[in-house]
Design a protein around this ligand. Structure first.
Ligand SMILES: C[S@@+](CC[C@H](N)C(=O)[O-])C[C@H]1O[C@@H](n2cnc3c(N)ncnc32)[C@H](O)[C@@H]1O
Length: 299
């Protein structure tokens, strides 16, 4: 019996070191279609090795040795939903930073600081980070809103929601713990105001900011099911770049519907070109792609 177990672990060891065969074109196309259908993300031919590497890592973890068998497991097997949820996290790019796009955040600050005071006092400012990854972007929005409110000598009446398709990214965001290196380049005063040292070279977001930010898992292709409405600020950067042009436009239209009249939509520079979303007015800026929802829906 002991011998059999040893043989088995030796075989597993050999398998885990073996290279997977190259993915053929039909298989690549099958995976491209599945990924695009479920997430909107397109993978061009240049990303085939990215797909092979990341599928390969996951397949080794679960001892699966053929792309086809793994495809069937993810597409329709009994654990398909759970396996897909693990895989999607591996196939999405989650790169992000605090204050990643300074021009866009400056525009958000200017927008808030120029709102009528009476409006800011009456109703909380609601911001939404779409494709929030591990939380740096929604926490940045919360810090900015906090700065604006204190500059205006108003109570901190604001809330931020972060949403993402990846469950591990959402869980990390909820913990609010980051490696101290993540703060490199950030304004020193902001660092001391909004972060506390935590264990093992990490820092945590202060409670007063954490309690203003909530996270939810949401696929941007399912926006019709999203409960967010009447948002004052929607921030969606570095997500639409992975999508086809027609899909970007569809999503921007859906996001615009979630804005309050007069609300601000911010995308990444160049993420939508040669098109004007209905009901929105472009914010004049050379460096930021942003629109304001008109007060009425007339063009
Ligand atoms: C590159 S990160 C951008 C993070 C942040 N917005 C920024 O600009 O720093 C892209 C994020 O979009 C998420 N994502 C990809 N496809 C998605 C989808 N269909 N629905 C929701 N989130 C998605 C990924 O999980 C990832 O966290």
């Amino acid at each position: 019996m002991a011998e059999t177990r040893n043989d088995q672990s030796a075989a597993e060891g050999i398998w885990s070191m073996r290279r997977l065969p190259e993915m053929d074109e039909a298989q690549f196309s099958q995976w491209q279609t599945l990924l695009e259908h479920r997430t909107g993300i397109t993978l061009n031919a240049g990303r085939k090795s990215f797909l092979e590497t990341n599928l390969g890592i996951r397949m080794r973890e679960i001892g699966c040795n053929s792309y086809q068998a793994y495809y069937e497991k993810v597409a329709s097997g009994p654990d398909a939903i759970v396996e897909w949820s693990t895989l999607v996290d591996r196939l999405t790019v989650q790169e992000t930073r605090f204050f990643r796009d300074p021009d866009a955040f400056r525009l958000v600050s200017d927008y808030v600081l120029t709102r009528p005071r009476e409006v800011l006092k009456k109703r909380p400012m609601e911001a939404w980070s779409v494709g929030s990854s591990t939380g740096e972007e929604p926490y940045t929005l919360a810090m900015l809103l906090n700065e604006c409110m204190s500059q205006l000598a108003l109570p901190p009446l604001y809330g931020v929601t972060g949403s993402d398709i990846s469950k591990p990214a959402i869980e990390k965001a909820q913990r609010g713990l980051f490696n101290a290196r993540k703060l490199m380049g950030m304004d020193e005063e902001m660092k001391t105001r909004y972060f506390r040292p935590a264990e093992r070279n990490s820092v945590e977001i202060v409670e007063s900011i954490r309690e203003r930010v909530c996270f939810t898992r949401l696929n941007v292709l399912d926006l019709k099911r999203a409960p967010m409405h009447g948002m004052n600020i929607i921030f969606c950067q570095n997500l639409l770049i992975y999508f086809r042009r027609w899909r970007r436009r569809e999503i921007v239209k859906r996001l615009a519907e979630r804005l309050a009249p007069g609300g601000l939509l911010v995308l990444g520079q160049g993420e939508v070109t040669d098109w004007h979303p209905p009901g929105l007015q472009r914010v004049p800026s050379e460096h930021v792609l942003a629109w304001i929802r008109r007060q009425t829906d007339e063009e």
